[in-house]
Design a protein around this ligand. Structure first.
Ligand code: GAP
Length: 605
């Protein structure tokens, strides 16, 4: 599917210009993979979360909500499998240092060019002048003892390196990448030697952007570790680090031969170190000045998903809510993952929000409820204005599903950067509750009063990303069309066609002229009338067309204009009526002020 980088650029720029989304810590250079929502972004996000809460919790008898803590006990995450297994593999480009998640690299086929090393171009004539025959096709073009003949600086580097030429990367381009590899290692004008070539199929060992060999895959855990209680001042800053540790160091060398005859030796680089964070002694309670005030210092994690606190509180919530199976527990909240490669604006962030429902049921209902929730969730996206034909359901194949899941769907959206996951709907069996029951030693069973049986319930989980859905909403809403300017001439209009239900501002109110007191007073009366029901914006500055345009650009679905008819100056029958303009059609209707609340409420619910 073609992606649309230009469209995405326009969206990112609009988000900043109009106050939807900013890079976090921007004035200090930004924090990678972390975003702040501005005045309009926060409204959009809240509207989305409120609508999710309404349809998942308030409109259902069998679902209740909760709001769990972000700081999580390590044992919770050990039982859930996150401590041992929640890791990603990454590789680095030897030339640019760019980092990739292994599973993001598509298999490539082509010709691998392997070089034994590179010589400085200007030493070739000198060597030849001294009668040394340089054979660049050889793996060892100069007899080792003759290297001493060129004393002033390293004549070359014997370090094997390979590049891949594909249908997208020509052999010339791939060889330029190889030269860049040696250039970065001190050979200013490299001449490659010892070239060999071989055909390869479906390899993931090369950078798809420049053909460079990649480092061997390394793993790291995605969770952010921290601690509770006081630690000494020196350790406090080291506890949490963003990005895989070693991210700034260059990758260690491929095929380094350690050939002593070469003064162009590049020392093997530091192996990647994983942040060891707290030492074991730091993890112990600290005895403060020998008193009994031992600090309760303990290791903790920022939760990587909201789901675990639902499982851990299952018994408490079951008891207080007195629900019968099937029933659900819903939660909206922050989650944190130290993603290797945050990218595509907010799509993959290190701090994000989830909207998760854990829907507990009997084993025999699991597969039916999986289908049911997939359909419910698709309807949800349609109800917030995402076109059905932009949504896709991917059945996650057996080999990619968590081993405990009996079925998983990914609901995907066609973002301008490609089709990507918005939400996962998974039948997780009784795995989570069983794990916590076993690890905690506390019963998490359900007692069925009719059959008098006790068992651990199964669960179906629709798990959606708030930030991804906000991004999908903005991408879906972004449009450019034509609208008349002040003089009736057509101009390009940027418009966010948000569904009124999730639009940040529902209605803008404009007095036709700002210096006409009666118009201003009436407009402010209307603002007061609407404010208890919706977020309203009052704007009196600039020509009316400009004011409409500013609202179109942020997706305000309705505009109310107070004009001289409203004052009854031209026609008494029109007193206390206003024009109500609809953003998408730009159609204007004359309506009575007293009817405005009911007309608008019915359209924004
Ligand atoms: N409890 C199940 C779970 O967390 P997941 O597929 O890892 O499943 C669910 O996450 C949803 O959370 C994703 O579909 C996505 O919308 C959102 N999400 C996950 N990682 C994210 C990230 N790094 N940035 C933004 N959203 C993310």
């Amino acid at each position: 599917m073609p992606t649309d980088a230009q469209r995405m650029e326009k969206i990112v720029s609009l988000c900043k210009r109009r106050g939807f989304i900013f890079q976090s810590s921007e004035i200090y250079g930004g924090l990678n993979g972390v975003w702040d929502y501005g005045p309009l972004g926060v409204e959009l996000k809240r509207n989305l979360k409120n609508y999710w809460w309404r349809v998942i919790v308030h409109e259902r008898d069998e679902v209740v909500g909760m709001d769990g803590a972000i700081l999580t006990h390590p044992e919770v995450l050990r039982a859930s499998g996150h401590l041992g297994g929640f890791s990603d593999q990454f590789v680095d480009c030897f030339v640019t240092g760019k980092r990739f998640r292994v599973d993001e690299i598509q298999p490539q086929s082509g010709i691998v060019y392997r070089f034994a090393g590179a010589l400085q171009r200007d030493v070739l004539p000198k060597l030849q002048g001294e009668g040394i025959n340089v054979d660049l096709s050889s793996q060892d073009p100069i007899p080792p003892l003759r290297w001493a003949a060129v004393r002033e600086r390293p004549p070359g580097l014997r370090l094997s390196f390979s590049v891949l030429a594909t249908s997208a990367i020509s052999p010339k381009r791939a060889k330029t990448t190889a030269m860049e590899f040696y250039r970065r290692r001190g050979i200013a004008d490299p001449v490659l030697f010892g070239e060999r070539e071989a055909r390869v199929e479906n390899t993931t060992r090369y950078n798809p952007e420049n053909g460079s060999l990649l480092t061997e895959p390394r793993s790291f855990n995605l969770m952010f570790e921290t601690h509770t209680g006081a630690l000494d001042e020196h350790s406090s800053g080291r506890v949490m680090s963003v990005g895989p540790a070693g991210a700034t160091g260059p990758p260690s060398e491929p095929g380094y031969s350690g050939y002593s005859g070469y003064s162009g030796h590049v020392a093997p680089l530091e192996p990647v170190k994983f942040d060891s964070t707290l030492t074991s002694s730091q993890k112990q309670p600290v005895d403060v000045k020998g008193t009994l005030e031992a600090a309760d210092t303990a290791l903790a994690y920022l939760r990587p998903e909201t789901a675990q606190s639902i499982f851990v509180q299952f018994k408490n919530i079951l008891e207080v809510s007195r629900k019968k199976l099937p029933f659900g527990i819903a939660q909206i909240g922050k989650a944190f993952r130290n993603e290797i490669n945050p990218r595509n604006f907010t799509f993959r962030s290190r701090e994000f929000e989830q909207m998760e429902l854990e829907y507990f049921c009997r084993a025999e209902e699991g597969m039916r409820l999986l289908e049911y929730w997939k359909e419910q969730r698709l309807k949800f996206y349609e109800n917030i204005g995402i076109a059905r034909d932009k949504l896709h359901v991917l059945t996650v194949p057996d080999e990619e599903r968590a081993f405990y899941s009996k079925g998983t769907y990914d609901i995907e959206y066609e973002f301008p950067f490609g089709r990507q996951e918005l939400e996962g709907v998974a039948y997780r069996t009784d795995y989570d509750l069983s794990q916590h029951q076993q690890a905690s030693g506390k019963s998490l069973e359900y007692f069925d009063e009719e059959t008098k049986q006790r068992f651990v319930p199964h669960v179906v989980e629709p798990s959606a990303g708030v930030d991804r859905t906000v991004l999908a909403l903005i991408c879906e809403a972004y449009a450019e069309d034509e609208a008349p300017d002040e003089k009736g001439k057509m101009e390009t209009r940027i418009v966010l066609r948000f569904h009124p239900r999730i639009a940040p501002i529902k209605c803008a109110v404009f007095p036709l002229l700002k210096n006409k007191e009666a118009l201003v007073a009436k407009a402010k009366e209307i603002v007061d009338l609407l404010r208890p029901h919706m977020y309203v914006f009052y704007d009196e500055s600039g020509a009316i067309g400009r004011r409409y345009r500013r609202q179109d650009e942020i997706g305000t679905p309705f505009g109310v204009t107070v004009d001289f008819e409203t004052l009854g100056e031209k026609d008494a029958a029109l007193r206390d009526t206003v024009t109500l303009r609809e953003r998408d059609s730009m159609k204007q209707d004359r309506v009575a002020i007293k009817d405005l609340p009911s007309i608008l409420i019915s359209r924004i619910r």
